[in-house]
Design a protein around this ligand. Structure first.
Ligand code: FEO
Length: 173
C-alpha cells in the first residue's frame, strides 16, 4: 500500500505533467501561427512525451493499489515574444519540474517508500535530458539571432524530431 502523503504528492505530480503537456501544446499552437512548423513539431512531440510522464505516474499509483485523483489543469500562456522566449520559458519550466521531482523523491525517502523512490529515479534521469534539450535550443537560437537563414536551419532540424515513448520498456522502465 502507498501512504496517503506520498499518494497525494504523486497525484499532484500527475497534474504537473499534464499541465506540461498542455503548456507545450500551447507553445506548438504559437509556433504554428508564427509559421515555424519545425518548432511546432518539436513542441507537439514534447507535449506527447509529457502525457506519457503523467501516465507513468498514473499507472504506478494503480499498481500500488492507490487511487488516481485528477485535478483541474491550469490555463497555459497563449502568447510569447519570440521563439527564443518560448524556449527560455520551456527551460525555466523544466528547471521547475526538476525541483518538483526532487521534492517528491525527498518525501518518498523520508517516508521510507522505497518503491516510489526507485520509480522516481527514472524521472530524475529524464529531467537531466529535458533540461539539456531545451538548453541546447536556447543556445542555438541565441547564436542565430535575427539571421533568417540560421532560424530556418534550426526550424528544419527541429522538424525531424519524432515521438518515442521512453516510458515503455527499456532499462529506464
Ligand atoms: Fe515531464 Fe518535461 O518533464
Amino acid at each position: 500500500m502507498i501512504k496517503k502523503k506520498v499518494l497525494d504528492a504523486i497525484n499532484k505530480q500527475i497534474n504537473a505533467e499534464l499541465y506540461s503537456s498542455y503548456l507545450y501544446l500551447s507553445m506548438a499552437a504559437y509556433f504554428e501561427e508564427e509559421n515555424v512548423p519545425g518548432m511546432a513539431n518539436w513542441m507537439r512531440v514534447q507535449s506527447k512525451e509529457e502525457t506519457t510522464h503523467g501516465m507513468k505516474l498514473y499507472d504506478f499509483v494503480i499498481e500500488r493499489g492507490g487511487r488516481v485523483v485528477l485535478d483541474a489543469i491550469d490555463k497555459p500562456p497563449v502568447e510569447w515574444k519570440s521563439p527564443l522566449d518560448v524556449f527560455e520559458q520551456s527551460l525555466a519550466h523544466e528547471v521547475k519540474v526538476t525541483a518538483m521531482i526532487g521534492a517528491l523523491l525527498d518525501l518518498a525517502v523520508a517516508e521510507k517508500d522505497h518503491a516510489t523512490a526507485s520509480m522516481l529515479q527514472w524521472f530524475v534521469d529524464e529531467q537531466v535530458e529535458e533540461e539539456a534539450n531545451a538548453e541546447k535550443i536556447v543556445k542555438n537560437l541565441k547564436l542565430a539571432g535575427d539571421v533568417a537563414g540560421a532560424l530556418f536551419m534550426i526550424d528544419k532540424e527541429l522538424a525531424a524530431r519524432t515521438f518515442v515513448d521512453e516510458t515503455a520498456g527499456g532499462a529506464a522502465e
